[in-house]
Design a protein around this ligand. Structure first.
Ligand SMILES: [Fe+2]
Length: 329
């Protein structure tokens, strides 16, 4: 099945095309806010609106297909920023209405997990989902996700971005912070794991105050090491409790090589297989939305266009609830 996937939950507009498990195109257009600013919802939505048609043309061209070849249109239903999310939903609905191609909405976190599972080749793994707003440890049952543990306050990505912005890094995100952290020395910071859950706000506050007196390099290094160690501990516990024999890390934060390395060595010690997708598919992207759409469409079919809408606070473990509701069960 050839599926067009539309991602627009935050700063990235993604138009991807999948043919079953084969990616045919993955066009990514990211809104970059002015230096030192966070994402402005309307400006990000304006960016996605003006980039949509060129990105769609590029995706169809890269996949060497036309709209006539598309058999399913899949869009990110949530969670996300209202303005950008709605833009994607409207575009998906318009395309579906004007072509008659069926449409399906998918959960963004579910899509991250499923595309990473596909690339890792590991079946039914434990998932660690790490992004700006999310840090969740999940397992999938027959057709729903269960969140075993998660951050009790901010996502790991937000921890890094907020700290980076506070110390004046211009393009404030995890990758820049990782560059700064190279060669840093460890200083002690709060470490908060509660069972399978994590908390990062105490770590952020302490790191911010330590940065006033200590070299930023050392604080950045220590904060990242602490956050990654916390994630490893919670995952290791979840692996033992769930009896899972494989772990897949997914989401934007999964691109971090230090996090990947720490998880891989923890897994190797425990005799657990470890996997991650290529970076392009861990970033927010349309191919993952297309892939997850195919899975859900094959399992549950779909509903008429007018019944679809955005769900801004769409939790990963609400997938079951949403499917049931739309089937009128
Ligand atoms: Fe994401």
């Amino acid at each position: 099945m050839i599926t067009l996937g539309i991602e627009s939950t935050a700063h990235t507009l993604g138009l991807g095309v999948m043919d079953g498990k084969k990616p045919l195109a993955n066009i990514i257009r990211t809104y970059i806010p002015p230096e030192g600013e966070g994402i402005h919802p309307r400006k990000a939505a304006d960016h996605h609106a003006s980039e949509f048609v060129p990105a769609l043309s590029s995706a169809l061209k890269a996949a060497n297909i036309s709209m006539n070849d598309v058999e399913l249109i899949s869009f990110a239903q949530g969670p996300g920023i209202g303005a950008t999310l709605r833009l994607g939903v409207v575009m998906a609905k318009y395309l579906s209405a004007s072509t008659g191609i069926p449409i399906i909405g998918v959960n963004h976190g579910y899509a991250h997990a499923k595309i990473s599972e596909m690339f890792s080749g590991l079946e039914r793994p434990l998932y660690l989902y790490v992004s700006g707003g999310n840090t969740q440890i999940m397992q999938e049952h027959e057709w729903r996700m269960e969140v075993l543990g998660e951050t009790l306050d901010i996502g790991m990505g937000n921890l890094f971005d907020t700290f980076a912005r506070g110390i004046g890094i211009k393009r404030a995100h995890g990758a820049e912070l990782s560059r700064l952290a190279i060669g840093g020395n460890y200083v002690k910071l709060p470490y908060t794991v509660k069972g399978l859950n994590l908390a990062f706000s105490g770590l952020l506050t302490s790191a911010q105050s330590l940065a006033k007196t200590h070299p930023h390099k050392d604080v950045a290094y220590s904060m990242m090491e602490t956050a990654f160690s916390m994630a490893c501990e919670a995952c290791e516990r979840a692996l033992f409790l769930s009896g899972k024999k494989s772990l897949v890390v997914c989401g934007g934060g999964a691109q971090n090589r230090r996090l990947q390395g720490m998880l891989a060595s923890m897994c190797a010690e425990d005799g657990v297989r470890f996997g991650a997708a290529p970076d392009e598919f861990n970033r927010d992207n349309g191919a993952m939305i297309a892939y997850a759409g195919e899975i859900l469409y094959e399992k549950f079919g779909t509903i008429p266009i007018e019944k679809w809408g955005a769900i801004q606070d769409f939790r990963t473990d609400m997938v079951q609830e949403v499917v049931k509701k739309r089937q009128g069960r």
